[in-house]
Design a protein around this ligand. Structure first.
Ligand SMILES: [Zn+2]
Length: 521
């Protein structure tokens, strides 16, 4: 850092050069609502080789940094605290505090991006002469000076003050959805999945616009960055996407299409995160991450047969179960999720999916539309109780408990089918399916308590088509009110397997026994 000044009288009180921390004191205190201008000049450079992992953000081709990588950060940054429980204990530190409580009113004023309010963005970046820079906003000007390529971007809309800067040698695929420019910037050899990304962008724009609100920008751009890092992230109209998450992913038709799914998720953050930004308190992440998952899964629901869709549900379910088994502290409900990805991604996906399956997708979408009307593109950041109440308002009285089960409690099922049989009756098959259903509520440390079942659960019957491919010939929600139930169903096709919750909509701790082969008598 060569220079750092404020436009108010101040002095440097203390400095910790090893940690790049400085404490300044203003001569006159700053009061809430005051503005202070900070001007700085500095360099971020890696010299020579490192013993440990090298800087993966600044690379020869495909640099991807955010403002937090190059701007001074002000205030207390909780994200820099030591997280590992054992490391903290060794240093005599108490357990790290998580997100503030949902009811913490001062904390509710801060968005998920950590600040208050939105801003305009005006950025000029220079790079290698053969590279392109992409920053959120619209390109205003581009020029070359002293063998450096310059790019000047400016937003037309107010955005949250967190932005990406990407630079690489790119090929660009352009397309259009209505008046929105779609662009994928990719390494010229990595074109395989560009059409899938384009399709996902178009499908996602169509779904989210039809069901929620108009897209707020005139462009959406996907930008490849190298696989030293493996994730994708959504900034205003701009999605940096790791090569291995999307560009080099090879889709096996019998498995998940992660490129399509992740693209839809990131696009949906333009609504969930950028239109509605939650308050940065416990439970908030059921908005940005949970709803991005919901929007993405709805696209798949409308395109896939239930058996194909079940791969995505099972993927999320398995990840949730694995996540909770590795929890070091305590499991929270979705309503109180506290930086627990297995809760606000995986469990949220299943919770929103089950609720829309039970009460209807249009009802969930009506609740979400109301959310956008009341909170979209404002500086009001909702907390989890707001959405839970909107969902409850769309749910019949008799099913209110389901919303609590999904969002406020930790609910686990153990559903199994035991030796299903079938016999031919005339031209049809009569299938008899003995089913065992058990429901538990668990506490934060995993102590389970059995609770009476009163739930709607799918019963399914499979057959094989001429190509030996499995398909569902029967899938209906039935109400279960006892632990042991025998269901009798007539079907036309020869049954091969029968199941309880056979496509994994509920949180079931053992899915191996959800389906069983039907013996024909
Ligand atoms: Zn996300």
């Amino acid at each position: 850092m060569k220079k750092l000044t404020f436009n108010r009288a101040h002095k440097l009180k203390k400095e910790y050069p090893d940690y790049f921390v400085r404490i300044y004191q203003f001569n006159a205190p700053i009061v809430p609502g005051d503005t202070v201008r900070l001007t700085y000049k500095g360099t971020r450079r890696q010299t020579g080789f490192l013993n440990g992992s090298a800087d993966a953000q600044f690379v020869a081709n495909g640099t991807f940094i955010t403002n937090t990588d190059i701007f001074p950060l002000t205030g207390y940054i909780r994200g820099f605290e030591l997280q590992d429980l054992a490391d903290r204990k060794k240093r005599g530190l108490h357990e790290a505090e998580g997100l503030p409580e949902r009811s913490n009113q001062p904390a509710q004023k801060y968005s998920l991006f950590g600040g208050i309010g939105r801003t305009s963005l005006d950025v000029t970046v220079s790079t290698e002469p053969d590279q392109t820079v992409i920053v959120p906003g619209y390109l205003q000007k581009q020029w070359v000076k002293n063998k450096r390529a310059y790019f000047y971007y400016k937003t037309a809309e107010q955005v949250f003050p967190f932005f990406s800067v990407v630079s690489g040698r790119y090929k660009v695929k352009r397309d259009k959805y209505k008046n929105i420019n779609l662009e994928v910037f990719y390494h010229p050899d990595h074109s395989y999945n560009v059409p899938v990304m384009m399709k996902s962008l178009k499908d996602g724009l169509a779904y989210n616009e039809a069901n929620f609100s108009p897209y707020q920008y005139r462009q959406i751009r996907i930008l490849e960055f190298p696989k030293y890092r493996s994730f994708a992230q959504s900034f205003p109209g701009t999605v940096p996407f790791s090569e291995d998450r999307g560009f080099l992913y090879q889709h096996d038709p019998e498995k998940l299409d992660m490129t399509y799914y992740v693209t839809a998720h990131e696009l949906s953050h333009q609504w969930w995160g950028h239109q509605v930004g939650e308050a940065n308190v416990k439970g908030g992440q059921m908005y940005s991450e949970g709803l991005a998952q919901y929007s993405a899964l709805m696209l798949l629901k409308h395109q896939l047969a239930p058996v194909e869709l079940s791969r995505y549900l099972k993927y999320e379910l398995d990840a949730y179960l694995k996540g909770r088994s590795r929890e070091q502290k305590k499991e929270n409900s979705l309503y109180n999720t506290d930086n627990q990805p297995y809760v606000h991604y995986q469990k949220a996906t299943l919770a929103y999916f089950y609720l829309q399956d039970l009460i209807g997708e249009e009802k969930i979408n009506r609740a979400l539309k109301k959310l956008l009307i009341n909170y979209g593109l404002t500086d009001k950041y909702p907390t989890s109780d707001v959405l839970v109440n909107y969902l409850k308002a769309e749910t019949p009285d008799s099913l209110q408990f389901v919303v609590d089960d999904l969002f406020k409690k930790i609910t686990i099922f153990e559903n199994r089918v035991i030796n299903p049989t079938a016999k031919k009756v005339g031209a049809q098959y009569q299938v008899t399916i003995p089913i065992q259903t058990t429901k538990y509520y668990t506490d934060a440390v995993g102590i389970e308590k059995k609770t009476p079942i009163r739930d709607y659960i799918d019963v399914g019957i499979f057959t094989q088509d001429v190509n030996g491919k499995e398909k569902l010939v029967y899938l209906q929600k039935l109400k279960f009110s006892k632990d042991q139930t025998t269901v009798v169903i007539m079907v036309k096709d020869k049954p091969t397997k029968a199941g309880i919750d056979p496509i994994y909509k509920l949180i079931d701790r053992n899915t191996e026994d959800n389906q069983a082969v039907v013996s024909i008598n």
